[in-house]
Design a protein around this ligand. Structure first.
Ligand code: BES
Ligand code: MN
Ligand code: ZN
Length: 527
């Protein structure tokens, strides 16, 4: 083993499950057996809080308007020069706008970053900081960030910066500029209170979003059901009040989980169900179930080539529920959560399931497979029945990259929300607003329930003509959820991946759902 610095050792361990599967012979391993990377992502800017800006640090000034706030770190002459630049650039301080200045005073750079929002909901410190750090990715100066004054605002800015600076570059060996990794200090009189908030909550939320993004970004050659289990288990190691249950195929077969095992039967990589319970409060738990298709070829109903690579992220729901649970557990939130990841690889193969096959699920209900590409609802059918039966939650939220249809309906600014009752829908919408991860409610009309009935089994997984696609998928999952259990379904197929960079979500995996579900669980504990 190479000599490693201790600080790198933990990261090394976390990745070793993905990268150090030593092959015996090409025939005895799944995949080539040659790991494509043995390193973690490049180091990011560490985050600190202080009452005074470090000397020689570049200054990032978050601005609520065009007016320069009072900044002790600036001399009168520097202040005058910055104000002149604001005027000549007509900088308005709008969220996401930036102005980079050099040659003022002794600082290597001064960047102005807009935090003003058009509505009157107050400044968007998160986006301002996230956008600023993205503009300074190639500029490896140490930074001091000023502007937000109270502890919450400072910690929010730190969260935004940390989410914005995320990168997934562990496979890149030939880069011109290593992304910036010098420290950023959030400066203000509330520094110690902000530090406490960061250490107890915001940092864990940011780290959990990044875990979810890492899982989404990993190619399916590295991330398959068992390696997902290994990686997520490693993240939970040592975290108090956590219990992990892993079901392999034999265990699932014993419980008649024909739907999830059927989806995975065309792949040499075995399916898994991973259940993580976090007990931080009392009473029943909130259940979170995530679709975890580590790659979706469509199976025998194979997908066309175009864009198929993106199906490596078809486990985004599973990654999100695990990320949210990790955040809640690490910040010791007073809640009970049970998260289940329904993990399988959907491949064609000699043993793959066929259109027309019928499978039996955990609770005994049967499904006719009309398309092997409607596999997410299959793995979830077993997962939601299992978690409801064994863990008796007070409510259930499932999260899935379920349909292309949802993106055509609501685009990439909202995930689709489906719920039978207004009460749970309203809770979800409130958590969406408070977390900044937006939802749009779509119909679960009883008339669509009939459309999923099968001629020869209880329900069919596709070929539904009398309902919109995303609603048909939601109804299908709902068929396996008892009417007495409050339930919501999130279709995140339009929001799991960003085609362009946004302040809090760089191009690529979005980590959608972690902030939303973290917020939801904190607001909604069993009474
Ligand atoms: N994983 C896909 C849905 C998807 C599409 C996610 C695009 C992200 C981006 C899902 O398994 C699927 O194939 N859905 C089918 C369902 C159909 C066969 C009923 C679809 O949407 O076409
Ligand atoms: Mn599919
Ligand atoms: Zn899928």
């Amino acid at each position: 083993m190479p000599k490693l610095k201790t600080s790198h050792f933990a990261l090394f361990c976390a990745f070793s499950a993905l990268t150090f599967a030593v092959p015996v012979s090409a025939q005895s391993v799944v995949g080539s057996g040659v790991p494509a990377s043995t390193v973690p992502n490049s180091a990011e800017r560490p985050i600190a809080f202080a009452e005074q800006a470090p000397d020689n640090a570049g200054l990032v000034i978050l601005m609520e308007s065009a007016e320069l706030p009072n900044i002790p770190a600036l001399s009168a002459a520097e202040r005058g020069a910055v104000e002149a630049a604001i005027a000549s650039a007509e900088f308005k301080g709008e969220t996401g706008s930036n102005l980079k200045l050099r040659g003022i005073g002794g600082r290597p750079l001064i960047m102005l970053a807009g935090a003003a929002k058009s509505d009157d909901e107050g400044p968007d410190w998160k986006s301002a900081a996230g956008s600023a750090v993205q503009k300074l990715m190639d500029d490896d100066a140490e930074l001091a960030l000023v502007g937000p004054t109270d502890a919450n605002a400072m910690a929010d800015a730190a969260l935004g910066l940390d989410l914005g600076q995320y990168r997934f570059d562990r496979y890149q060996t030939d880069v011109e500029t290593v992304p910036a990794k010098q420290r950023v200090t959030f400066v203000g009189t509330a520094a110690s209170a902000a530090q406490a908030l960061w250490d107890s909550r915001h940092k864990h939320l940011a780290d959990s979003v990044k875990l979810t993004r890492d899982l989404q970004s990993e190619p399916a050659s590295a991330l398959y059901p068992q390696s997902f289990v290994d990686r997520v288990s490693a993240e939970f190691k040592g975290v108090p009040n956590i219990r992990i249950e892993i079901l392999d195929e034999a265990a699932m077969r014993k419980m008649n989980m024909g739907a999830i095992v059927g989806v995975g039967q065309g792949s040499p990589r075995g399916s898994r169900m991973m259940v993580v319970t976090y007990t931080g409060g009392s009473g029943a738990a909130l259940a979170l179930a995530g679709k975890g298709i580590t790659f979706d070829t469509g199976g025998i109903s194979i997908k066309p080539n175009k864009g198929m690579w993106a199906m490596k992220a078809d486990m985004s729901g599973a990654a999100a529920v695990m990320g949210a649970t990790l955040s809640l557990a690490k910040s010791r939130a007073p809640v009970n959560v049970v998260a289940v990841a329904a993990l399988a690889e959907n491949m064609p193969g000699a043993n793959a399931q066929r259109p027309g096959d019928v499978v039996r699920t955990y609770g005994g209900k049967t499904i006719e497979i009309l398309s092997t590409d409607a596999e997410g609802r299959l793995v979830l059918a077993d997962a939601v029945q299992y978690v409801a039966d064994r863990y008796k939650p007070f409510a259930l939220v499932d999260v899935a990259t379920l349909t292309g249809s949802v993106g055509r309906a609501v685009g990439n600014q909202y995930a689709g929300l489906f719920a039978r009752e207004d009460a749970i829908a309203d809770r979800m919408l409130k958590a969406a607003k408070d977390s900044g991860e937006r939802l749009w409610r779509l119909p679960l009309h009883p008339a669509y329930a009939k459309a999923i009935r099968s001629d020869i089994a209880d329900v069919k997984n596709s070929g539904v003509t009398d309902a919109p696609g995303a609603s048909a998928g939601a109804h299908f999952i709902g068929y396996f959820v008892d009417e007495s259990l409050p339930w919501a379904h999130l279709d995140i197929a339009g929001v799991d991946w960003n085609n362009s960079t946004k302040p809090l979500t760089p191009k690529g995996a979005s980590g959608f759902g972690v902030r939303l579900l973290d917020q939801l669980a904190r607001d909604w504990t069993a009474k």
